[in-house]
Unconditional design. Structure first.
Length: 448
């Protein structure tokens, strides 16, 4: 087993990894930018190394500086967390060529699933259903119009290198397709330095259901059941739960086995997520594979009792999975609410600044993954998520009641957060009935 690991990330996920390492008796070194220099979680690590200025290019995305930090700290492995360099195949390769293990999949598997167009090809071979659409990149308007005619509107234009819901446009007719194509390409170029787009059928009122998978270097691959992440704003998840209230036991089983088939075909190792869209008839289509640990992983940890970060570390150290498929059960119901420093009353404007007052929820079945505290200054440079509130209940009804109770105990001031929106969701009749889709929040809750 490793004796020391470098954490190449920040905020709540850096803290989450430090916690797992401390329980495993592994020393940690954490990198930080000047914007994070006062963050208290740095003191929980055995070593903290400043790698540069606030701008991600100068710090959390800077490969040479992170590798230097790993060498100075004399670690055997790097955990990339999520975001930043987590899905950068080049970074994974650089780590390993410097004889530092990258806690994640092999670079080849990451590249195979990372490009959405390539991934769809892989899915076809593994007999995993994909959304009808272009076989590859869309080169020009004529090609797009012809395909749209074949598939039928509405369609969605997506960036091949996409992430975080960016570079996506829904088109309902030829006119909006023409306009959407141009703006999606531009957005993709700006966000990912890659203007390649593709189109697929837009699944109306679909649900986002994803499968947590994990595979070791000994040929074992299993799934840890699904998470339903249909509650989104601008294609970004806000609430996640497991099990999904919308799947029949048969579809759940099929979906989860399809996910395992796909990652086996990709030669995948370590933790990953296979994302699907499920339509109103419970037909499912592959969306993409996320080759990393995800924000919402605690939902799965809560229902299965498996610590995914510890398992990631064991796998990277060459150990076989510590459980078999038949041992993994979904027990009770878990829900996660993302607490973002954004003002729902002002179109989700980011709320950087200092948290003056903070009272956090607790009690039975409540988990809070967060790095913030009273006196913490939220830097303006990074993602606005400041924590994740996760609850566990024996049933979905109990989990919802518990989430309402926990949200109402949660007090943050003067920073505004998504807590009021979450309270509204927990009271919504459609949500209570398990009847929501990916457009629900915008169509119903935020429509004025
Ligand atoms: P990203 O990598 O940017 O997160 P995804 O491919 O995972 O992009 O899609 C994010 C969200 O966008 C989905 O959860 C869903 O809400 C929406 N979406 C993507 N593709 C489709 C589609 N074909 N039909 C309907 N909604 C879609």
């Amino acid at each position: 087993m490793f004796t020391k690991i470098l954490i190449a990330n920040r905020g709540e996920i850096a803290l989450r990894i430090i916690r797992a390492c401390r329980e495993m008796g592994i020393q940690t070194a954490v990198v930080y930018s000047t914007a994070d220099r006062d963050a208290a979680y740095l003191t929980f690590a055995d070593q903290a190394i400043c790698i540069g200025e606030a701008s991600p290019a100068e710090s959390y995305l800077n490969i040479p500086r992170i590798i230097s930090a790993a060498e100075v700290a004399d670690v055997q492995a790097i955990h990339p967390g999520y975001g930043f360099l987590a899905e950068n195949a080049h970074f994974a390769e650089v780590c390993r060529s410097c004889k530092i293990e990258f806690i994640g999949p092999p670079a080849s598997a990451m590249a195979a699933v990372g490009d959405k167009v390539e991934c769809k090809r892989l899915a076809k071979r593994a007999k995993v259903p994909t959304v009808p659409g272009s076989e590859g990149a869309i080169d020009d308007e004529k090609m797009a119009l012809k395909l749209a005619e074949q598939i039928g509107y509405p369609i969605i234009i997506k960036a091949a290198a996409g992430g975080g819901g960016r570079g996506m446009r829904v088109a309902h007719n030829d006119v909006s397709l023409r306009a959407g194509l141009k703006s999606a390409q531009l957005e993709a170029e700006n966000a990912f330095k890659n203007s390649t787009v593709y189109i697929e059928k837009y699944v109306e009122q679909g649900r986002h259901v994803e499968v947590q998978i994990i595979a070791d270097s000994h040929g074992n691959a299993v799934h840890l059941w699904e998470r339903d992440c249909s509650l989104q704003r601008r294609h970004q998840k806000l609430v996640e739960e497991s099990p999904s209230p919308a799947l029949s036991p048969q579809v759940r089983e099929e979906l989860c086995t399809a996910a395992v088939r796909l990652i086996k075909a990709a030669g995948y190792q370590n933790a990953g997520t296979v994302e699907f869209l499920v339509d109103q008839n419970q037909k499912y289509y592959l969306l993409e594979v996320n080759a990393r640990i995800q924000v919402e992983h605690p939902v799965t940890e809560t229902v299965t009792g498996i610590d995914l970060i510890k398992e990631q570390i064991r796998i990277a150290a060459g150990l076989p999975l510590s459980f078999k498929q038949k041992d993994i059960k979904q027990i009770g119901h878990a829900i996660e609410c993302r607490i973002n420093a954004e003002d729902p009353a002002r179109n989700f404007a980011p709320q950087p600044g200092t948290i003056q007052e903070l009272r956090v929820p607790g009690g039975p079945g409540v988990r809070l993954d967060s790095h913030v505290y009273a006196g913490y200054r939220i830097p303006p440079n990074y993602d606005s998520m400041i924590g994740k509130l996760i609850v566990h209940g024996a049933t979905r009804t109990e989990a919802i009641a518990r989430m309402k109770r926990a949200l109402s105990e949660f007090h943050i001031s003067p920073i505004r957060t998504t807590i009021p929106l979450h309270l509204q969701i927990m009271d919504n009749q459609n949500f209570l009935a398990g009847k929501v889709d990916t457009g629900f929040i915008e169509r119903v809750l935020l429509a004025k």
